[in-house]
Ligand binder design. Sequence first.
Ligand SMILES: [Zn+2]
Length: 408
Amino acid sequence: MKKLTGPFTQILPLTGLPIKGALKDEQLHIIANGGVLIEDGLILAVDDFEKLRTNYPSAQIEEITGDHVLLPGFVDCHTHLCFAGSRAKDYAMRNAGKSYLEIAVSGGGIWDSVTQTRLATETELSNLLAKRIARHLAEGVTTIEIKSGYGLSVTEELKQLKAIHQAANKTHAHIVPTCLAAHIKPKDFDGVESEYLKYLLNELLPKIKQQDLANRVDVFIEQNAFNTSDALFYLSRAKQMGFEATVHADQFTTGGSEVAVKARAASADHLEASGDYEIKLLANSDTVAVTLPGASLGLGMGYAPARKLLDAGACLAIASDWNPGSAPMGDLLMQASVMAAAEKLSTAEVFAGLTYRAAQALKLNDRGILTKGKLADMQAYPCNDYREILYHQGKLKPARVWTAENND
Ligand SMILES: [Zn+2]
C-alpha cells in the first residue's frame, strides 16, 4: 500500500549536495507544498503534493495540516547512552574549579560510571536506555549510535552491548551499537594499557563477532587513556577481524586524528585540539570529522574548529556525545544551533552535519536524504521556513517524527 504524506510548506530533501566541504544555504533544494510517497518504509518519490496526488490516485493520504517544514531524520553518530547513575557531583566540582585529578580522587570520573553501570542488571540498563532513546526519537533523532565502554571487562562489556540490543528491539529508532571497551584501562585490570588492548582483542572482540553484537570499535586516544601506537595496533587488528573503526581523537591533545586517518577509520570524533596539520589531514581523507558541541558546553571549553574543517574540505558531522560525565544534556539540535552561531556555520552545513554526513560517519548510505529508495526517516517542524529551526536554538521541536519502521 502506498502512502502519500503532506502537504508540507517546505521539504528540504538535502539532495544534490556534496559529501565534503563548505555549503551555502543557496545550494539547498526546497520543495514548496511538497509531499512524500512511501511504501514499506521506503521513499518512492518526493515532489509537489498535488502532482503526486494526481499521479498516484490510489495512495492512502496522510494529511498534514498547518505549516510544517520537513527534514530527514537526524543521525546522532556518537553517544554513550548506555549508563547507570548520575555524575552531577563531578559536574558541580568541575564548575567549582576542581581539577580532573581532584575529581577522580574523590571517586568521580569515568570510573564512577563504570562502577554504577556494573551494578545495574542488563534489563535495568536497557530500561534506562529505552527512556533516553524515546526522548531522542521524539526530538527527531531517528538513528542513534550507542557505545558501550562503562563495562571494561568481557562480561560487563557484553552485558552493555546486550542491553543496547534489548533496547533496540523496543524502539522504532535505528540503533547502531559500538564497542568502546577501549575507553580507559580499568582500575582492576592487572597490566599496562597495551596488555589490556590485547586482552580485548583476544577475549572480547571474538565474542562480540560470534554473538553479532556490534561491528564497530572505538578507542579513546588521550594522555590519560591510550597512546597512539597502542591504539593504531588495536584498530588495525580489529579491522582485520572485520570491525569498522572510529576514534575519540584530539579532545585535549593531538595525535588521535592522525591514527584515525592512518587506520582509515570511518570517523575521528571530538577534534577540539586539532590544529592546521590535523585539519588538512582529515580534509584529505575519507574519515568523517565529527564535532561534539555538547562536550564543549559541558566542560566549558572551546568548540572543535568546524568552520576551518569545512573550509579545508572535510566531511563534518555533528553529534551529541550524550554521556553522564561531560555531556549530560543530550539535546542534539540545541547543541548544533549554539555551535553554529559560534563557529559561523550555514544552515545547510548544520543540516548536512546532522543527517547525510553523520550517516557517512556510520557508513550508512540508505538514509540522511529524502529521495527515492532511501529510508522514510523524517521529521516535521511546525513552522513555515526552514530558517526558524536553528533560529529557535533547539526550542522548536518536531511535531511529527517518522522512521522507516513505522512509516508505511
Ligand atoms: Zn564520546
